[in-house]
Design a protein around this ligand. Structure first.
Ligand code: BG6
Length: 505
């Protein structure tokens, strides 16, 4: 098996080609396949990183033959391919697509799928290698994998068989645990790839390089020098047409429990013994297990957007969105304060906030250092001084900025002001980061699970949020915030109670 266990090597100088394989996508007619999966696979194809030969089988209840399926996928995915699509290469990519008609709950359709993948294995020389992608609503995860197992497709006597599971992975600890048990009885854990697309973002992976390939940060990266950490994932968008999902989810489940916890673990983890899937995921899981239970009243805040103006445009409130109930108490904003009980972080709060319909799209991690002793410089010299800050901009305007104090030029009275040293991905590397799915799909094909979440990791994350979720699900009201603002006043109170404030983004 050709696989790279080294994310640095894999990401930066990947040399090996993935082995020929068949990718079976369940939910291929959905939004994710058109917007993300097919464009990502196509981009890897034109970059010559896809396996030498491959087939993509869509499994869907559609009366189409392969030609019609390719036509439909052309129409659905083409608008999402980005600029300058080369018609010839797109057409030759589409030639790898096949449709296996059938419904997810029909065992016979899986028997037919077996025949189809065996035929395609011959024509594409894929050696029995199969990657299943569950891009369906989560209710289908169990039925589909059960049918795969019954059809003998989950573990075969030749090649490898892998499973990619989209989010949401459970809705609470009990459901995530049950899903893990179910999947682990069908596929070996090492072949289960739970996607969290934040881990596919270049800037998120760079957190590992930033922390562990530089000697200067690590000595400062602890309670001795860091006052607190802030993580903000702000979105301008509302819920679009996703009310049926969002009404049962909310900001805590949708963003905080998964994407933001991934950011937190990468900031807080100990150096892994090696850059390999096992040690990295071990260290991330330890962080999650060391988070102190959240005291709901003092350490959390929630909110729901009401009508307001975002980027100069009036938008409806959450309760007026299509398919949202008029009295919905679902949160579209969540903020929490977390404490990690270990030697490195004891006493250093992590403040996390996320919301829809905030003033702009911005994901940022801010490390706020402790104040310098106020000995050498005193008031009024220090009037405008704030502590050193390291701002890690995950998206957009990807970069890292360090703020520090500097003497203002001039011969008169000494004055001190904060200045910023700014690294910007775009200007330094001259490229826009690729979409997260490009990296993740290729890693799964190559058999590298480093950037996917493990069963114990997922459960550890749910464990911390379960009590809060239960409380929020039961609540009969929710604080409101105007669309276009930075969330409810409760979120400000959460951090101001500790004498701190959210950093402006
Ligand atoms: C998804 C959430 O997982 O992530 C969405 O379901 C959210 O609600 C999206 O908008 C944000 O992703 P990104 O990559 O745009 O930050």
């Amino acid at each position: 098996m050709t696989s790279s266990k080294n994310p640095l090597r894999a990401g930066l100088t990947r040399q090996q080609a993935a082995e020929a394989a068949i990718l079976v996508i369940f939910g291929v007619t959905g939004d994710l396949a058109a917007r993300k999966l097919l464009p990502a696979l196509y981009h890897q194809y034109i970059a010559r990183r896809m396996p030498q030969d491959f087939a993509i089988v869509g499994f869907a209840r559609r009366p189409w033959d392969d030609a019609e399926f390719r036509r439909q996928m052309d129409e659905a995915a083409r608008p999402h391919l980005g600029e300058a699509v080369d018609d010839a290469s797109w057409q030759s990519f589409l030639d790898h697509l096949y449709l296996q008609p059938g419904s997810f709950d029909d065992q016979q359709a899986y028997e037919a799928l077996t025949v189809r993948v065996d035929e395609l294995a011959d024509s594409h020389a894929t050696q029995g290698n199969l990657l299943y992608y569950l891009a369906t609503p989560p209710d289908w995860f169990v039925p589909i994998t059960t049918h795969l197992q019954k059809a003998g497709l989950a573990q075969r006597d030749h090649g490898w068989q892998r499973l990619i599971v989209e989010k949401p992975f459970g809705t609470d600890l009990a459901s995530a645990r049950a899903l893990n048990r179910h999947l682990d009885a069908i596929f070996p854990e090492s072949e289960i790839y739970r996607i969290d697309h934040y881990l596919g973002k270049e800037t998120v992976q760079n957190l590992l390089v930033f922390r562990f390939a530089n000697a200067i940060w690590e000595p400062l990266w602890n309670r001795e020098h860091i006052d607190h950490v802030q993580i903000t994932v702000a979105e301008e968008i509302g819920i679009g047409d996703r009310a049926p999902y969002y009404e049962n989810s909310g900001a805590l489940r949708d963003m905080l429990q998964n994407h933001m916890m991934q950011l937190l673990t990468l900031v807080a983890m100990e150096p892994p013994a090696a850059f390999a899937a096992g040690p990295i995921r071990d260290e991330k899981t330890k962080v999650l297990q060391q988070i102190r239970p959240i005291a709901a009243a003092q350490e959390s805040a929630r909110g729901q957007y009401s009508a307001g103006s975002v980027a100069g445009r009036m938008v409806a409130g959450y309760r007026d969105e299509a398919d949202v109930s008029a009295g919905s108490t679902r949160e579209t904003f969540a903020a929490i304060k977390l404490q990690i009980e270990n030697w490195r972080w004891s006493g250093v709060p992590f403040y996390l906030r996320t919301g829809k319909r905030l003033p702009k799209k911005a994901t940022q991690i801010t490390i706020v250092f402790r104040n310098a002793p106020r000995v050498t410089f005193q008031a009024p010299l220090t009037a405008h001084l704030t502590p050193n800050e390291l701002a890690i901009r995950i998206q957009p305007d990807e970069g890292i900025a360090l703020t520090f104090a500097s003497k203002m030029p001039g011969t008169g009275q000494e004055r001190i002001r904060n200045v910023t040293m700014d690294f910007n991905y775009g200007t330094s590397f001259g490229v826009t980061p690729p979409d997260a799915y490009e990296r993740l799909l290729l890693d799964a094909l190559m058999g590298d699970p480093t950037l996917f979440t493990r069963n114990d990791e997922v459960e550890a994350a749910w464990t911390r949020f379960d009590p809060l979720l239960a409380e929020w699900d039961e609540a009969d009201d929710v604080p409101r915030y105007s669309a276009g603002s930075w969330g409810p006043s409760e979120a400000d109170a959460l951090i101001e109670r500790d004498g701190r404030r959210w950093r402006a983004l």
